[in-house]
Ligand binder design. Structure first.
Ligand code: NAP
Length: 293
């Protein structure tokens, strides 16, 4: 019997790569990478096709004959996530996709009753309703946490004025507020969801979270492996003036401090993601060891 096809949007990116690799490792499905530049694709998918989240026909074509799709949008590339989410849902409906998995995030405005505004969270959450009402046989929401990868990437430690290497951020370093994981582990959860549509395909939320950490916890874990980092807490207003887009990061950290990354009532979606995952998650300790080698 031919394997069912799973099409992965964002297959060249951090989330999608993990999804492709976990699906390939599991072996149940044929894995199709969707990218705007198929000629440049060098990942592990079985096939690669052209697909653009801003173009309905191109995406419907990319989803042709697919049993399932995984969709992530990239806020940081300037995406209108509601618009792209709408196109992805329409394309999947057009192509008779059975199982739609949407990479979403908590609705910060709803959770904080309008106190915090974090468009790169809430913009994704606003697509959830479209997914719920589209009439898919199966649909699942996955919520990626703060990537471990941020700690050496976009939000990595920086040289400080006192000569140390560390973080200057508007958050209490003692507050356990940040749900975190190796983002590659999202693939294990997504694969588990495609394998268990009866269990999690009727609108379940699966929140990936290996730990709920404070910056002090993060610094301790690095220290245990010989990497010493400092932390300097600054007021939101000061941080917001540091660089373009700092205001959004400041709002996000203030939201984490008040409600945690995944928000209140996230215990059951965190537990369900762990149960459905095809393999155990990688700890921060293990991830630091792996990336150091
Ligand atoms: P990434 O590594 O920068 O990759 C972005 C992916 O998006 C690429 O594979 C790119 O594919 C694809 N893409 C962008 N625009 C597209 C379009 N118009 N059509 C088709 N594909 C498109 O990003 P990522 O980290 O996997 O995902 C980004 C999202 O993660 C952001 O929205 C961010 O808010 C969210 N997020 C981040 C964190 C975090 O801690 N960093 C946590 C939770 C959620 P091609 O270029 O190959 O076409």
């Amino acid at each position: 019997m031919e394997k069912k096809i799973i099409a992965v949007v964002g297959a060249t990116g951090l989330q999608g790569k993990g999804v492709v690799n976990a699906l390939k490792k599991n072996g149940t499905f044929t894995v199709r990478a969707v990218t705007r530049n198929p000629d440049k694709y060098n990942g592990n998918a079985d096939e690669v096709v052209l697909g653009d989240l801003t173009n309905l026909d191109s995406l419907a074509n990319a989803f042709k004959d697919a049993y399932g799709v995984f969709v992530v949008t990239n806020f940081w590339e300037g995406a209108n996530e509601l618009e792209q989410g709408k196109i992805a849902v329409e394309a999947a409906k057009k192509s008779n996709v059975a199982h739609f998995i949407w990479s979403t995030l908590p609705n910060v405005e709803a959770i904080s009753k309008g106190k915090f505004e974090v468009p790169h969270f809430t913009g994704k959450a606003m697509v959830d309703e479209l997914v719920k009402t589209a009439g898919f046989s199966y649909y699942t929401f996955v919520q990626p946490p703060f990537y471990f990868q941020n700690l050496t990437g976009q939000l990595g430690a920086q040289p400080q004025q006192d000569g140390s290497l560390g973080w200057t951020l508007p958050i209490d370093p003692a507050k356990k507020a940040i749900h975190m994981s190796d983002i590659n582990d999202l693939g294990k959860v997504v694969t588990g969801a495609f394998l268990n549509p009866e269990k999690v395909g009727k609108g379940s939320y699966l929140s990936l979270a290996t730990t709920l950490s404070s910056f002090n916890d993060i610094i301790e874990t690095f220290k245990a492996q010989g990497k010493v980092y400092s932390f300097n807490q600054v007021p939101v207003e000061v941080f917001s003036s540091f660089f373009e887009g700092a205001g959004e990061i400041a709002q996000m950290l203030a939201y984490f401090e008040a409600h945690t990354y995944m928000g209140p009532d996230s215990d059951s979606s965190i537990k369900l993601a762990k149960e459905i995952s095809t393999e155990p998650y990688t700890s921060l300790h293990e991830w630091i060891q792996q990336t150091a080698n």
